[in-house]
Design a protein around this ligand. Structure first.
Ligand code: CMP
Length: 225
């Protein structure tokens, strides 16, 4: 059934099928190719985006023109809610990291849903609390750690956001490019490359093409979490 797809979105997880159907009918589907800009910082916006397939990076430009990656979002995640709530322009750029499919909801329809279904509002608040917690960790990590630890922390974060856990191992199927990892960790691509080789040699990770496996996730988080 067509509403099955939105059942997998955490924000809508607990809703009845007839309500899911109504929400589905309010949404508009759009697809983006890898590297397409979905939202641009400073643009006006009053729509919410739900990522059904693919992944996106949330970025801003630093004063000296470098791309800083604030976060990477994967399937089932939403974005665009900040402008909806505070009425300001878009707070960051959103760029497709791979071919992606999104569903879009208009501000009025979204606010209506939040008023009628508190479960959606609670799930949304949970996710916003998680994002704030991650941002706090990122600020701490960027200011306190050396480049190598920052890369370890970034991989740990990517595992949380994009990885699949199975028997103590985490597999990231579509590891972002080394330049993107560098822009998340606030370091250079060369340092990322060196650190990935070192982590492999020490047995923490295995890398095959775009696939990265963290061999013992608990241990990795203890070291870099
Ligand atoms: P909005 O400001 O409307 O447009 C850009 C979107 O990027 C924003 O809403 C959020 O959905 C998302 N975003 C901004 N900062 C972060 C962050 N630190 N972590 C995750 N998502 C973010």
């Amino acid at each position: 059934m067509k509403n099955l797809m939105i059942k997998n979105i955490p924000m809508f997880a607990d809703l009845r099928d007839d309500i899911l159907e109504k929400i589905y009918n309010l949404m508009q589907r759009r697809v983006y190719k890898r590297n397409n800009m979905i939202l641009m910082e400073e643009d006006f916006g009053d729509t919410l985006f739900i990522l059904n397939r693919g992944s996106v990076k949330i970025t801003r430009l630093s004063d000296d023109g470098r791309e800083v990656i604030l976060s990477i979002l994967g399937e089932g995640d939403f974005f665009g809610e900040m402008s909806i709530f505070d009425g300001e322009s878009r707070s960051a750029n959103v760029v497709a990291l791979e071919d992606s499919e999104v569903y879009i909801l208009k501000r009025g329809d979204f606010i209506d849903l939040l008023e009628k279904h508190p479960k959606i509002a609670i799930a949304l608040l949970q996710e916003l609390a998680t994002r704030l917690r991650k941002s706090d960790q990122q600020i701490e990590g960027l200011s306190l750690s050396d480049a190598e630890n920052r890369i370890g922390m970034t991989i740990s974060r990517l595992a949380e956001e994009l990885g699949v856990i199975k028997m103590g191992q985490v597999v990231i199927h579509n590891l972002p490019y080394q330049q993107d990892i560098a822009n998340m960790a606030g370091t250079s691509r060369e340092t990322v490359s060196r650190m990935l080789t070192l982590l492999q040699r020490k047995g923490y990770i295995q890398k095959r093409g775009r696939k990265l496996i963290i061999t013992n996730y608990d241990e990795f988080v203890k070291q870099f979490g």
